[in-house]
Design a protein around this ligand. Structure first.
Ligand code: GLU
Length: 481
């Protein structure tokens, strides 16, 4: 069997959104699952709308999302160039072949004329297809007219009475009659190829075996099938994944929380959580596993588990996955992801010493369980920095009780005798306070927590002590004794 080759082919006309990112991810997962090659191709033939910024944005978004490609911009490859705007000579060569074989012809109709005709077809409820007016112009005449400066489009000489058929992993057999496709435009008046034309030539020359993309392209595929046939080239296999809708079942938009990929980064989402979330928009794991690392997805991924019904974008689910990955990602890796937030809050130096980094790691190990997005960490750190907080009247009444004072004194003396504050020894110490002073439950824990943090709740006390360090713990206790 030939090597599996898939591609992700964004048009750089805006930001990378959820839908394109999901397409990229499915292609990446398929390539990884089967040892195939992922090609990144930039479809920038729409000169008016394509921008360099959008190319950079797409590349940076993919990189942040952790989707790497085997061939394409920055990495190169044998079947490039990978920007369509660098492939114009290639398209021209194939245009000459089609024209020579009378499978394409030049059209001189003006835009106004075409608009009038299509409006008429619309009114009559007919398919909007070109009426073939310029098909009879002899090639020699067409060439002369173009040489004299008359603008022309290249049109497909669509075969009559044929059915465009393709097999789709999601939709099964898809058919369309050729008269519904008609003589579509292959090259615009500026000479640039249209999407449907360039995509076929590129997929052909880049030896793409599987095309995985959104269902919005399914009607384009019938057109592409007829173009493949004009080149006598075998079709790739197709998988058109269902649309993504908002929670109210309407077209997905910003109001459903669907931002650009880089917005998710800025809001404190993890790339691995987003990958997990995106993978389940229209695909399911055979064992219905939901919390997945890359390995789980790659091992289980195949093209037979796409759903036909639309996927629903559920922000609550994304938050759930994010919290899960924050809790379950390797501690060093997650600490590094939290670091910018600690640095920004001035809780950590941007170049931390080994000791400072160890402290940050300890902090993350304790508070990550409370965080849904990375930025949540800033809610849980100030308590370790502000020694001079004030207690509420209720807290004061509790710590000033005779039994509480005794308890705090007991703790202070034990801590003074310790070299370093460690989880296990602090836990033992609290246990011995319980035994020796006969206190338990809130009578034991509340005075310590109030004295050390000024808050009603928070991380486990042994962790609080570890993170505060001996000096701060003693300072906070002394204030109340
Ligand atoms: N450039 C097209 C898009 O961004 C690619 C479609 C395709 O994958 O063929 O929608």
């Amino acid at each position: 069997m030939d090597k599996i080759r898939v591609r992700f082919a964004p048009s750089p006309t805006g930001f990378l959104h959820i839908g394109n990112a999901r397409t990229a991810l499915f292609n990446w997962l398929y390539a990884k699952s089967i040892g195939g090659t992922l090609v990144l191709r930039i479809e920038d033939t729409d000169q008016k709308r394509s921008t360099k910024e959008a190319v950079d944005m797409a590349i940076n978004s993919l990189k942040w999302l952790g989707i790497n490609w085997d061939e394409g911009p920055e990495v190169g490859g044998d079947l490039g160039p990978y920007f369509q705007s660098d492939r114009l000579d290639i398209y021209k060569k194939y245009t000459d072949i089609l024209v020579e074989e009378n499978k394409a012809y030049y059209c001189f109709c003006t835009s106004e004329e075409l608009e009038k005709k299509s409006n008429m077809q619309k009114t009559l409820n007919q398919p909007i297809v070109y009426d073939g007016k310029c098909k009879s112009i002899p090639l020699e005449d067409a060439k002369k007219r173009m040489a004299a400066g008359e603008p022309a489009r290249l049109r497909f000489n669509c075969p009559k009475n044929e059915t465009a058929i393709f097999e789709d992993y999601v939709r099964g057999t898809v058919k369309k009659e050729s008269h519904e496709v008609g003589d579509i435009v292959l090259c615009r008046e500026d000479g640039f190829p249209t999407y449907n034309y360039a995509v076929v030539i590129d997929d052909m020359l880049m030896k793409i075996t599987h095309v995985i993309r959104g269902e919005d392209h399914i009607s384009n595929t019938s057109k592409q099938v007829l173009i493949y046939e004009a080149f006598n080239y075998p079709l790739p296999k197709f998988a058109h994944t269902s649309m993504i809708l908002g929670s109210d079942k309407s077209k997905l938009s910003k109001r459903h929380g669907a931002s650009t990929i880089m917005d998710f980064k800025d809001e404190g989402y993890l790339p691995q959580a987003l990958r997990n979330f995106l993978a389940l928009l229209g695909w399911t794991h055979p064992e219905a596993i939901e919390n997945m690392r890359d390995d789980d997805m790659i091992k289980a991924f195949n093209l037979n588990r796409f759903s036909k019904s639309p996927a629903i974008f559920d922000m609550a689910k994304l938050r759930h996955f994010n919290a899960w990955h924050i809790r379950n990602t390797d501690l060093d890796e997650i600490t590094k992801l939290f670091m910018p937030y600690l640095v920004e809050g001035k809780f950590l130096n941007s170049q931390p010493t080994e000791e400072e980094y160890a402290w940050a790691k300890k902090l993350v190990s304790v508070v990550r369980h409370n965080c849904v997005v990375l930025s949540d960490i800033s809610k849980y750190v100030p308590v370790f920095f502000e020694n001079d907080f004030t207690l509420t009247d209720e807290m004061k009444a509790i710590v000033e009780k005779e039994e509480s004072k005794k308890l705090l004194l007991f703790i202070k003396e034990k801590i003074e005798a310790m070299n370093e504050l460690e989880d296990a020894s602090i836990k033992d110490m609290i246990k011995s306070a319980q035994k020796e002073l006969g206190l338990k439950g809130p009578a034991l824990y509340h005075p310590i927590r109030f004295a050390l943090t000024g808050a009603n709740e928070g991380s486990e006390l042994s962790h609080v002590c570890e993170l505060l360090g001996k000096e701060n713990v003693l300072y906070r206790l002394s204030k109340l004794i």
